[in-house]
Design a protein around this ligand. Structure first.
Ligand code: SAM
Length: 224
């Protein structure tokens, strides 16, 4: 496993586990692709505070034979390599617990939405499977609980999709960010968020709506 935390950050040891609200494992062939973004900014602080524990797992650790093979040619012929089921089955046999939800990132999955993020934020243990290359042996679908797509386009691998999902999920965890920010955000009530302004009061001849500087909180609420 490759810990996402950087050296010098407070580690989450066994003593912290009791108050972890969410454990996340990301199964990938490219751990470094995932570790960087989760080690910065808010995702990093969420882990430092023990709100979520994120572990990045190298799928090759469950690879086959001396070369730790994880993929093979596609039956029937065709371009590209396909992820074999055995390494995935072995990894999940080790990682899965009663409370685990295994999520496959896949262009054919259900569309990932804010409501999906809310559902996943209520889980205890999420394992994200990030295939690469041509995709997966179809039988891998029987090993997972959910399949998610982040949009109708094709990425080179599941890593960026997993990062999108994990980022959207962990910021919803209690204590991650201010509850008010989440309550008023886009998609939280089926609407997009209202326009926001900060200083300067005039920028390139563009002002700020007068109601926002009126001090009338009721008027501000109605305007928003
Ligand atoms: N041959 C596959 C197809 O046509 O659907 C595409 C494989 S893609 C190059 C490799 C991997 O990237 C996929 O198995 C999936 O894990 C991930 N991926 C690509 N696009 C995705 C998307 N829109 N949402 C989620 N995962 C995606």
């Amino acid at each position: 496993a490759v810990a996402v935390r950087r050296p010098g950050l407070r580690g989450a040891g066994a003593g912290d586990r009791a108050r972890m609200s969410l454990e996340v494992e990301i199964l990938t062939l490219f751990p470094a692709m995932v570790a960087g973004p989760l080690g910065e900014s808010i995702p990093r602080r969420i882990q430092e505070r023990g709100i979520a524990e994120i572990r990045v797992r190298d799928l090759r650790d469950w690879g086959l034979g001396r070369h730790r093979t994880v993929d093979d040619y596609t039956y029937g012929g065709g371009a590209g390599m396909v992820l074999r089921p055995e390494p995935v089955a072995a990894a999940l046999a080790e990682l899965r617990r009663d409370e685990t939800t295994v999520v496959l990132l896949d262009p054919a999955g259900e569309p990932f939405r804010q409501s999906t993020a809310v559902e996943l934020a209520g889980e205890r243990h999420l394992v994200f499977l990030c295939p690469r290359y041509e995709g997966i042996d179809e039988r891998i679908r029987t090993l997972v609980d959910r399949e998610l797509s982040i949009g109708d386009y094709v990425l080179t691998g599941g890593e960026l999709a997993a990062l999108v999902v994990v980022d959207a999920v962990i910021r919803l965890l209690p204590g991650a960010i201010e509850a008010d920010s989440i309550a008023e955000e886009s998609f939280s009530e089926g609407l997009l968020e209202y326009p926001q302004y900060t200083r300067p009061a005039r920028f390139m001849d563009l002002g700020v709506p007068a109601v926002l500087t009126s001090g009338d909180h009721g008027a501000v609420r109605r305007w928003r």
